[in-house]
Design a protein around this ligand. Sequence first.
Ligand SMILES: *Cc1c(COP(=O)(O)O)cnc(C)c1O
Length: 437
Amino acid sequence: MVFDNKYKMTKKVKNANWKDWTWHIRHSIKTLKQFEEITEIKFTPEEKAVLEETIKKFPLSITPYYLSLIDLQNYKTDPVYLQSFPSTKELNVLPHEMTDPLSEDKDSPAPYLTHRYPDRVLLHVSNLCSMYCRHCTRKRKVGDKDSIPSFEELEEAFKYIEKNGKIRDVLLSGGDPLMLSDEYIDKILAKISQIPHIEIIRIGTRTPVVLPYRITPKLIKVLKKYRPLYINTHFNHPRELTNSSKKALTMLADAGIVLGNQSVLLAGVNDCPRIIKTLCQKLVKNRVRPYYLYQCDLSEGLTHFRTPVNKGIEIIESMIGHTTGFARPIYVIDAPGGGGKIPVEPNYIISWGANKVILRNYEGVITTYKEPDFYEATFCNRDCVNCKLQLNLEEANKFSTIGIEKLLSDTDKTISLVPSVNQRMKRRKRNKTNENG
Ligand SMILES: *Cc1c(COP(=O)(O)O)cnc(C)c1O
């Protein structure tokens, strides 16, 4: 990177410092003045006034490493600049935007914990990040005083996980969990991994993208102790895959950590089938499996980043069949109000007869798949021990189903799911009371 060198020249940065992640934290760019000084980009007084206001609400922080990836000649359309430097449009909050669009705080049974799905939880172990993504869904937490909960403060969350035998998957998030010290990460991972019903631990981190030097041999030594460990990172543009970030990914993959990537679809940054496809192909080349492509959440001030949903569908259409199956992320909308991630796909089923389904493929070929004329369905009475399918799961009948799965179940008598606020049901209740009265 050209600017990499320029940065070092202007700031007289020693190579030793440049590779030291703590140096980057100490020298993160947090003010407009610093940014202008280093990049020699000048803003007008009007722009500055708005930007200062913006930073007050949504703080600025860019690691020198990530800043060095900006192409200064074309910074206005640069994907790194757009993701890290505030836009004057951020204060433009629309009525349908929310501070906590995913209701993470409402689904919190213990401090720092979000429990949304039946078998897995999200544990916010810090609100620190080395770089503040402008498109952050948890903007509400950024710039609250930087805080890392102490081990004691996490105690209640640990107790909740220990008591809840259905939880088998703990996802460490934040902020960025890898902003914690190696020792603290070790302590938290040790604590969680000794809970008998926890089968997997995951870490969500953007450090391989914005601060790859954080992935040190010492950190690897800590992470290696815990298996299975999954790490999801957050690359949004092929330009972010530098030699340094590739090296970080290699170290993680070599340590036996399973790597995934979650991207956010962002207008002006990566809302292009070719960009996402190139990104995903480069990721799999580096042993990172694309996991989710997120529709941009309804967090405050992100209007300028949002695309219509059809853009995401168009991108997925350009990938299914066209490239390696596992290079394709699942495009999801995280349900406003806290319903969780909902996959959105192009349609491949064109029609369906009594025993024939009509499908189309990625080339436009329309094909038929003949279904069996005779199929002896396995009636499920939840008695796994006596079932011919030989799962032999004891006490399977104790587990109840929810949602659409409940409607499909053989044993549950439920025939419809009714919203709790339903006028028709309210009327029924009223009529019943009338009859009785
Ligand atoms: C995304 C998320 C998870 C994990 O979901 P997966 O689909 O299993 O990756 C868990 N809890 C919360 C609150 C989440 O937002």
